[in-house]
Ligand binder design. Structure first.
Ligand SMILES: *[C@@H]1O[C@H](CO)[C@@H](O)[C@H](O)[C@H]1NC(C)=O
Length: 187
């Protein structure tokens, strides 16, 4: 999917042991939510042995995809560190009440292209989620965000490194595992 949308390619190591089941509650407990602070983002990725740099690079996956209005409503109506014309644009399809499921692209520039525009958006205070803009809000990741915003090759290299690291995470011990014949489903 990444390559088809213009992003980098990498060799995926084979033979990874996958779990036979998925858990929505475990996903919700282990993935930081859209209102997360920078400290929470760093801590939750750290729980998986992913560094702050990995976290900031992996967040660049928000160069594609959409969010529901309910997850960015507070940001576009109440936050101060947002570009005013961007907030107005998003308010047009995300009303103060209702329309919870209305979608908006994470990346206002190239919604369906895999590039470094996500970071350019953050530098311009056009991050969609609170948790996106936390990466560029006067904290420890500002310098890296600036770097990625001007260097697509640096972003690509770090994204690939972090994807390989994340792809190597194993199910917790005690979980029944198998090597999948088709990576999308248990055997
Ligand atoms: C807000 O973003 C637009 C581009 O979407 C830009 O033209 C404008 O200068 C920005 N405003 C501020 C105050 O940075």
């Amino acid at each position: 999917a990444c390559v088809q949308l213009g992003g980098p390619t990498w060799s995926v190591p084979l033979g990874r042991k996958d779990s036979r089941t998925a858990s929505q509650s475990a996903a919700n407990a282990n993935l930081p939510g859209p209102g997360s602070s920078l400290a929470t983002l760093i801590a939750m990725f750290g729980n998986k042995n992913l560094s702050p740099r990995d976290m900031t690079a992996l967040s660049g996956a928000h160069t594609i995809g959409r969010s529901q209005c309910q997850f960015f409503r507070n940001r576009i109506y109440n936050e101060r560190n947002i570009n005013a014309s961007f907030a107005a644009l998003r308010q047009r399809t995300c009303p103060r009440s209702g329309g919870d499921g209305n979608l908006a692209p994470f990346d206002v520039q190239t919604a369906d292209g895999f590039d470094n525009a996500y970071y350019q958006n953050l530098v311009g205070q056009r991050g969609l989620l609170h948790s996106d803009q936390e990466l560029f809000n006067g904290g420890s990741q500002d310098a890296l965000v600036r770097q990625y915003s001007s260097s697509p090759s640096q972003f690509s290299a770090d994204f690939v490194t972090a994807m390989l690291k994340m792809g190597g995470l194993l199910p917790s011990s005690g979980t029944q595992t198998e090597v999948r014949l088709n990576c999308r489903r248990p055997n």
